[in-house]
Design a protein around this ligand. Structure first.
Ligand SMILES: [Zn+2]
Ligand SMILES: [Zn+2]
Length: 179
């Protein structure tokens, strides 16, 4: 999937809702602005086809004496595949955000830059969501996966291979006993 399909085009909200005037906030340390919006993954340039629909963005943008703290949550519907059993995973990816913005961050500062008095939350939101996507998604932490021999879904119970292997081991023991 690339870009925004015609079907979802009417839902695309501009990422402009993620622009915050930092000058206003910094003029009075302790000021807070709440961002509560939804931005289409297409508008965020999130072209990963595991992400569906809108990213719900709930952030508090708070100024201190010389920087701006952004905290809150992101949520987006995800469709993925369990790497062990290949089952579909359809759930909501949730991301906690705790980031900092400042006027001219030094190279060793991990803060995001405030550019021309503006904070554009878009690159941060994109980065946070992509980092939260697991490289090896699992349908559940203890998914037993598929049998490497017969391909049976081991979540449904042991397959015939497990029994055969056990029988083989007993056969070896019986053999030893007979000798
Ligand atoms: Zn699984
Ligand atoms: Zn098997």
């Amino acid at each position: 999937m690339s870009g925004v399909s015609a079907a979802s085009a009417h839902r695309v909200k501009s990422a402009r809702t993620l622009l915050v005037n930092a000058v206003e906030l910094l003029r009075q340390p302790g000021s807070r602005r709440r961002i509560d919006t939804a931005v289409a993954v297409g508008a965020l340039d999130l072209t990963d086809d595991r992400l569906i629909g809108d990213v719900a963005v709930r952030l508090d943008v708070t100024s201190t004496l010389d920087d701006v703290i952004v905290t809150g949550h992101l949520a987006v519907a995800r469709h993925d595949t369990c790497r062990r059993c290949l089952a579909a995973i359809d759930d909501t990816l949730r991301v906690d955000v705790d980031e900092r913005y400042r006027e001219q961050p030094s190279p060793d500062d991990d803060a995001f830059p405030i550019v021309n008095g503006q904070i554009d939350l878009t690159p941060m939101v994109r980065e946070e969501v992509l980092l939260a996507l697991p490289a090896a998604p699992l349908c559940r932490d203890d998914c037993p996966g598929l049998c490497a021999t017969c391909g049976a879904d081991l979540a449904a119970g042991p397959c015939a291979c497990a029994t055969a292997e056990r029988d083989e081991r007993w056969a070896v023991l019986d053999q030893l006993r007979l000798d």
